[in-house]
Structure formats: C-alpha cells, structure tokens
Ligand binder design. Structure first.
Ligand SMILES: [Zn+2]
Length: 270
C-alpha cells in the first residue's frame, strides 16, 4: 500500500540532523508522497532542497505564530524559489491563530492575506492552520474572492459546521495523530463526515504522534496508523481509502497551471 503525508515539518531542527534516514525509512515503509511544510522563512532553503527528492514536495510560508518572520523581501524570495524548484507546490503553513491572544492579530491578518494572494498569483495550493479564527478566515476568503480555494485545512479539529463551510470553499480536510486517540470524539465525528474525495492524511511530524507512537517524535511513516484509523472509522477497506487519499494528494499538490489565476486577477483589479 502507498501512504501520503500532506503535512510534515521536515525542516524542523529535531529532524534536520537525520533527514537522509527519515526519507529512506519513509520510502521503506511505503510513503510515496510527503509535503514538507515551513513554519519559518528560515526553513525555506532546506525545504526547497528537499523538494528535489523523489516523492517530496514543498510548501513555503510563514506560520501565524511567527508573523515577524514575514518581511518586505519574503514575497520576492518565495516567487524566486517557486521558479527555481518545480517541487514547491504550496504556500504554507499559513493561517490565523487567535488562541492565546498574544495581540498580534492585526499583523497575522496582514501576513496571511499577503500569502493567500501570492498563492493565487502563483496558482499554488494553500496549507492552512486556523485556530479560534474560523469566522475571520471565511470572511477573508470571501472578501478576496478566493473560492474555489485549492488547499488543505491541516490537523482539522473544528466542528462539523466549520467542516461544512471549509468543504464549500473547495478545501480538503486532513487528519493526523490525535484522531487515532480512542477518546477524540469530536475529531472522529469530523473524520467520518468529510467526503472521501476531500480527505487527507498527515503526521505534522515531528509533533502530534499517533496513539501507537505516543511519547515519541512523530515521523512520516506513522501516517499508516492515521489511515488505518480513518478506514476503520469510515467502514472503508484500507486499500480503497489509500487509493482515494493518493488521488486527493495528487490533486492538492498538482503543478500550477499557467495563467490559472487570470480571471481572479481581472475580478480583483476592479
Ligand atoms: Zn504544522
């Protein structure tokens, strides 16, 4: 069976010392595709280099925890990296996180909007992290006229109602380690609700290990446990779900189409 991890922080300092081993082990365990997501701009070079490996794609962006990392040169650097590295297939990890009220909400919104616009300009998918900010997220997407929006709500953990709205925007929803924990009732309910053609698997490595690896660093091949749990929850044979997840992964990480954003640009230049 082939497995796909749509969200792994391979440029995280806890993994960079052993990347060759992590990639080799992932392949050995049947992981056929990994999307390596950035949290900080300082990780972009590592991710660009990783995206040259077979089966590894990259997402460049700045996480809502680090809005100060987004400076005047970032948009230009991101465009240049996408031109130079065809394996860069998404802008991420980006989003809004108003959980701890650190007061950076206005700056988060600016940085997020700039990255959303850039993704649309480049025809790339977005890898989203939203927490305690779903109304603001949907408002932004509507205001910028971004639907249908190609991308993933990574580690989806909100309500069915939020899931419905995200699906209406055209997004995929992805699940990771926490869904394998027996008591994660709300997550499991959402994991049953998402239609199979919008469902994805991830690890968020090196964080959020699945139940079978609790207490360890999470690694891309642990995604097999996530797939197994989803198959069981949904009453779908694992092979069938794996094939669907493969198709979904390919759709989200597809190469950008030239000129794909021209209608959006025209609509938004008025
Ligand atoms: Zn992440």
């Amino acid at each position: 069976m082939r497995y796909y991890d749509i969200h792994a922080h391979l440029a995280d300092g806890r993994l960079t010392t052993r990347l060759a081993e992590v990639l080799a082990e992932s392949r050995r365990h049947g992981v056929a595709g990994v999307l390596a997501a950035a949290a900080r701009a300082s990780e972009w070079d590592t991710i660009a280099a990783l995206s040259r490996h077979e089966g590894v794609f990259g997402a460049l962006g700045v996480h809502p925890f680090f809005p100060e990392q987004w400076d005047a040169g970032c948009a230009g650097r991101l465009r240049a990296a996408v031109r130079a590295c065809p394996g860069i297939r998404a802008v991420g990890e980006i989003g809004l996180d108003f959980y701890d009220g650190r007061g950076s909400e206005a700056r988060q919104r600016e940085v997020f909007e700039e990255q959303l616009r850039l993704a649309r300009e480049l025809g790339l998918a977005v890898i989203l992290h939203n927490r305690k900010a779903w109304p603001e997220f949907f408002e932004t997407v509507r205001r910028l006229r971004l639907t249908p929006l190609r991308g993933v709500c990574h580690h989806f953990s909100a309500t069915i109602e939020v899931a419905r709205q995200a699906l209406d925007c055209g997004l995929h929803l992805s699940f990771c380690g926490p869904v394998t924990y027996p008591h994660s009732r709300r997550l499991r309910e959402a994991a049953r609700y998402v239609p199979s053609d919008r469902l994805l698997t991830e690890t968020d490595a090196p964080d959020l290990p699945p139940w079978g690896h609790r207490g360890e660093l999470s690694l891309p091949w642990h995604v097999a446990e996530v797939l197994g749990t989803l198959a069981e929850l949904r009453g779908t044979p694992e092979e069938e779900l794996a094939a669907q997840v493969e198709a979904n992964f390919r759709e989200v990480t597809a190469a950008p189409e030239a000129g794909a954003d021209s209608t959006w640009q025209i609509a938004n230049s008025r």
